[in-house]
Design a protein around this ligand. Structure first.
Ligand code: DP6
Length: 322
């Protein structure tokens, strides 16, 4: 049986993706920019099984069912549609080093790895653009995990909405895990609710596009201070618009806020660090490489800390067809 295995890493957005223009095609309201980490990868294998009538999905050694399985099966349908003919069903085995659903982007690394493994197994194109477009359909942020280092994901349309690499200064991210449990409301559902009910939604969409322009300029100038400032304000604006949904959703708890406050205090003491957080309670602090050890030491009393550097894009680890 044909098997292909791929590995991809999570990414943390410095300008966030929050909101879709087209839910089916997973087209974002605005572009976003992220760093792919060198930590916490997902490794996924796709084995084509000509005798199977349904797809199967195993996550961290446990068979998955319900919505989790359906999401993977729908994704494989897209890959099979692109392959044409009547390609077989597949067994997908996936292993995450990051805690699933705790705001550390396991869906990003997961669908980036799956896009590459499925493309190799079904004989689809494996150039970065095709992979990013396909990964996007599984989870928007996965479009960026296909790319190593820093990535800009263009808003675009189905053809042009993909991520590509952007040069930037070397950065470190100190991941502060304050809570390893799953999130209460998925980002998909929370984005939907924000769009439907927040009175601030249009302002957020405008601000996100402006933040991306400003961030790209800061990257061009390799200006870490500007990058950090834009990232922190963009993250807090995202959490503000999420909190303004009805019923409200609040991902940041007291322990998360304590990390934001500690980072601001450290900044006052001369350490140039900034904070961001995705759709979960854990916080990521951004700094220059030479400040990472001090920052990690200062934040260690507030949660589990781990320093990440820019990491590789999705790679095929086994089963590469010519
Ligand atoms: C807060 O990519 O998980 O992490 O496209 O619905 O699967 P779907 O959403 P997802 O959203 C991630 C949102 C975020 C910000 C970001 O990574 O840019």
């Amino acid at each position: 049986m044909t098997t292909a295995t791929a590995q991809a890493h999570p990414n943390i957005a410095l300008v966030k993706y929050w909101g879709k223009r087209d839910e089916d095609l997973v087209l974002p309201l605005a572009g976003s920019l992220s760093m792919t980490l060198d930590a916490l990868p997902t490794t996924t294998s796709v084995t084509l099984d000509p005798s199977a009538r349904e797809d199967a999905f195993e996550l961290n050694g446990e068979p998955a069912s319900g919505e989790r399985l359906r999401r993977v099966a729908r994704f494989l349908d897209l890959a099979r549609e692109r392959a044409g003919g009547e390609p077989p069903r597949a067994i997908v085995r996936s292993r995450n080093e990051a805690p699933t659903g705790a705001g550390l982007a396991s869906s990003a690394s997961g669908f980036a790895a799956l896009a590459l493994a499925a493309s190799a197994a079904y004989g689809l194109p494996r150039d970065a653009r095709s992979l990013s477009r396909l990964a996007r359909r599984g989870s928007g942020s996965a479009a960026r995990s296909v790319v190593g280092g820093f990535a800009v994901w263009h808003a675009g349309d189905d053809e042009t909405s993909y991520a590509e690499a952007i040069d930037g200064p070397d950065l470190r991210m100190v991941i502060v895990t304050v809570d390893g449990s799953g999130k209460a409301v998925s980002s998909r559902e929370a984005m939907r609710r924000t769009a439907l009910t927040s009175p601030f939604h249009d302002a957020w969409a405008l601000s996100a596009a402006q933040s991306l322009d400003a961030m790209i300029a800061a990257f061009r100038d390799a200006d870490v201070t500007r990058i950090g400032r834009i990232a922190e304000s963009n993250a807090l604006r995202m959490h503000a618009v999420i909190q303004s949904a009805d019923p409200p959703i609040r991902y940041l708890g007291p322990a998360s806020v304590a990390v934001f406050d500690a980072v601001r205090r450290l900044r006052g003491e001369g350490l140039d660090a900034y904070a961001t957080a995705d759709a979960g309670p854990n916080v990521v602090a951004i700094c220059r490489p030479e400040d990472a050890a001090d920052l990690a030491r200062a934040l260690a009393p507030l949660g589990g800390v781990r320093v990440a550097a820019p990491g590789p894009g999705a790679t095929l680890t086994a089963g590469a067809a010519a």
